[in-house]
Design a protein around this ligand. Structure first.
Ligand code: MG
Length: 367
């Protein structure tokens, strides 16, 4: 099987809540997602998606996905999409870095591998653990009492794990964590994700002020070294995210005992192939994981579901159902949340059928 053509689509994904806000005053109202169709000489088609969290979260931006595919795509014409490792070597040889550009292409080739073999991607990624897996809800940054109300509301929808967007004014963040902790019930889990937003002295004040609360602290500061310093001064369970953007950073952080949980995002690592590599390393080392992506619609949510569902249950801290945050459904067959949990499709591949009327005409064709 050979890649014959790559079609690229652009889709706007507005948010149900109207906006999504996190550290440093950053916010997005409409996410700009890129959907990729990889066509083969045998008639099979594979689908992938990449959606940066705006242009100011990771070194990634929406138009960059498409510019990168225009650059990289021609190198993939004629390649066998089923040879995933080889395909990734080819992508890395043709374009240095830019993992988020490679993510949708790699994802589409996993979809093809599933369709060609008649197996769900979940099976190909290692096997399905249990009937479903646990999700968290990200709580957009608003005043403390509103975040507590939003947590209570999403709790009513079945979520039991909540990730607060903090990383703002430390006094207000302390109030946010305390207000939300007050509405939780036994068995709930709370994460305060600063998304690199605190300076070290601010992070130290927050972890000291909430030291008696059952809360995880995620990515408090900008650099790895700053986070490591905070980690070494707190007893609270600790999550790293933005700074763990490669297998080598993961190994370094593991050797430093720099985290209790790591956040693995598909496009941050460069696709399902690299995310699987990181996931398997973590599983072998007993490191719990949040498995997700920077953002996305139905195709990203399906890919997350296959990755999360093929992860040993005790090592999966949590995962995300991005398709429930937005108002636009861009594919049929994507997994739907039930009682705060999600399950990967049993269909071959990712199990999604994109809605052509939503995708519109391709914005780019590579052949
Ligand atoms: Mg995070």
């Amino acid at each position: 099987m050979k890649i014959k053509r790559i079609a690229v689509y652009q889709v706007d994904l507005p948010l149900r809540e109207g906006s999504y806000r996190w550290s440093g005053g950053k916010s997005v109202c409409v996410f700009d997602s890129t959907v990729v169709k990889v066509e083969t000489d045998e008639g099979l088609e594979g689908w992938g998606e990449a959606c940066p969290l705006g242009p100011f979260y990771l070194p990634a931006y929406a138009a960059g996905v498409r510019a990168g595919i225009a650059e990289l795509g021609p190198h993939l014409i004629g390649a066998n999409p089923l040879e995933l490792e080889k395909l990734n070597w080819r992508m890395d040889a043709a374009l240095k870095g830019h993992p988020y550009v490679k993510s949708a292409l790699d994802m589409a080739c996993w979809d093809l591998l599933g369709k060609a073999s008649g197996l769900p991607v979940c099976t190909l990624l290692g096997g399905r653990y249990g009937a479903d897996f646990v999700l968290y809800r990200a709580i957009s940054q608003v005043p403390p009492h509103e975040m507590a109300e939003n947590v209570a509301g999403y709790r009513g929808e079945g979520y039991r794990r909540f990730q607060l967007k903090v990383g703002g004014d430390p006094n207000e963040d302390i109030a946010r964590i305390k207000a939300v902790a007050g509405v939780l019930e036994p068995g709930d889990k709370l994460v305060a994700d600063a998304n690199t937003g605190w300076l070290m002295h601010e992070a130290m004040r927050v972890v000291h002020a909430v030291r008696d609360i059952d809360v995880y602290i995620e990515q408090p500061c900008l650099t790895y070294e700053e986070c490591l310093s905070v980690r070494r001064h707190t007893d609270l369970p600790f999550v790293l995210d933005e700074v763990v953007d490669s297998l080598s950073m993961l190994i370094r952080a593991k050797n430093d005992m720099a985290m209790d949980v790591v956040n693995i995002k598909i496009s941050k690592l460069g696709g399902l192939t690299r995310a699987k590599q990181a996931r398997d390393f973590c599983a072998s080392q007993g490191i719990a994981m949040t498995l997700e992506d920077s953002w996305g619609g139905d195709i990203v949510t399906a890919a997350i579901a296959h990755l999360a569902h093929s992860t040993p249950t005790e090592l999966l801290f949590t995962a995300t159902d991005f398709n429930s945050y937005g108002t636009v459904r861009l594919a049929d067959g994507a997994p739907e949340r039930r009682n705060g949990r999600l399950a990967a499709s049993q269909e071959p591949g990712l199990g999604v059928t994109p809605r052509i009327d939503v995708l519109g005409a391709p914005v780019l064709l590579v052949n």
